[in-house]
Design a protein around this ligand. Structure first.
Ligand code: IPM
Ligand code: MN
Length: 380
């Protein structure tokens, strides 16, 4: 059932679709929305939210088979409704009772494909006073951005399985790489690097060109050809395995990374851990010219559900990204400023917390939300 809440003041109104989802999703989204209210109040933009109940729980309640996809997790009508919004804010989707792949493909991947959210943007930033598992590394060392291609590679679902359950079983999972897909991700990364304007001014392409010579070749050629349009930016290349090593050894080396879908999936989890864990890692599924969706990277965390102990910082950071990226897309400086304000409020809050791990923060979920909302109001 959709629920609406409008800000009181008149003026242009941004419409945000909210999908709290499963497990701890609703708890962290609630804190994000608390911070959204504070940001709107202090920077003076208008918004309304509409809640959608897409989730594993809804799939099961509607009679979905937990073992195999039997009904759509979201329907054509759901998609059509979402498409009318300015942005989507997602909590978490995942239910231990539902077999792997059903909700992922039926909801998250479906939305990425339907909305053509071809960029997965993952800022990797170690916030102040957040313990880092890497010896001797601090916030100034861990500050880079991964631009992950989000609609191609081995995520397209091309391939199949034959003779399933027999000794002759054979499966293929095709790495569908197009020049078009690589090119738009690469261009986005170069533009992002320019905007970010870090003194390193470098884009690193991450792939595996020594083995995946076909797909890697497409990426490599696109990278260097498009790179010519950006003479101010240094071009760099890492094999994905070496990149994993360097994330641990010298993360300060990186500025902006661009990579394909599965490599991006894997390296951003490694990146999440060096930035302090899933409690703080946020991401955006972007269609830079259309409808984007923002989410904390952590899952639905069933064992912490309903305990008011989960860390909402990642969800709040995702909300900050939502404001900033929507502001860039709509050309609205107020929204960009609101996003920056949320990020500054997070920077002011993490030093007060004992830990970023669930249950060990020294505060409850709602208290952390209150702290960030207060910091937004103070504009620290
Ligand atoms: C992510 C997730 C998803 C992915 C899963 C849940 C389908 O791991 O957003 O990184 O692999 O892209
Ligand atoms: Mn992942």
């Amino acid at each position: 059932m959709a629920k609406k809440r409008a800000s009181r003041s008149a003026g242009p109104t941004y419409r945000i679709a909210v999908i709290p989802g499963d497990g701890t999703g609703p708890e962290v989204v609630r804190e994000g929305l608390k911070v959204l209210a504070a940001a709107a109040e202090t920077t003076g933009f208008h918004y309304e939210t509409t809640e959608f109940d897409f989730s594993g729980a809804r799939y099961l309640a509607r009679g979905g088979d937990p073992a195999m996809p039997s009904i759509p997790v979201i329907t054509e009508e759901d998609i059509a409704a979402l498409k009318t919004f300015d942005a989507i804010y997602l909590g978490a989707v995942g239910d231990p009772k539902v077999a792997p792949g059903i909700l992922e493909k039926g909801l998250l991947l479906r939305l990425r494909f339907e909305m053509d959210q071809y960029i997965n943007l993952r800022p990797v930033r170690l916030y102040p006073n957040v313990p880092c598992p890497l010896a001797g590394k601090g916030p100034k060392d861990i500050d880079f951005v991964v631009v992950r291609e989000n609609t191609e590679g081995i995520y397209t679902g091309m391939g199949g399985v034959q003779y399933q359950g027999t000794p002759q079983e054979v499966s293929t999972q095709i790495n569908c790489t197009t020049r078009f897909g690589a090119e738009r991700a690469i261009r986005y990364a170069f533009e992002f690097c320019r905007r970010r304007n870090n003194p390193k001014k470098m884009v690193t392409l991450v792939h595996k060109t020594n083995v995946l010579t076909f797909a890697g070749g497409t990426w490599f050629r696109a990278f260097h050809e498009i790179g010519k349009e950006y003479p101010d930016i240094k071009k760099d290349y890492n094999h994905v395995d070496a990149c994993c090593m360097w994330f641990v050894k010298n993360p300060e080396y990186y500025d902006v990374i661009v990579t394909d879908n599965i490599f991006g999936d894997i390296i951003t989890d490694l990146a999440a851990i060096i930035q302090g864990g899933l409690g703080v890692a946020a991401g955006g599924n972007l269609n830079p010219g259309g409808l984007s969706m923002f989410e904390p990277m952590g899952g639905s965390a069933p064992k912490y559900t309903g305990k008011n102990v989960i860390n909402p910082i990642a969800a709040i950071a995702a909300l900050g990204m939502l404001l900033k990226e929507t502001g860039i897309h709509k050309g609205d400086k107020k929204l960009v400023e609101a996003g920056d304000r949320v990020e500054r409020a997070i920077l002011a809050t993490t030093p007060k917390m004992k830990s970023q791990a669930a249950g060990r923060m020294g505060y409850s979920t709602t208290q952390v939300g209150d702290l960030v909302a207060a910091a937004v109001r103070k504009n620290a």
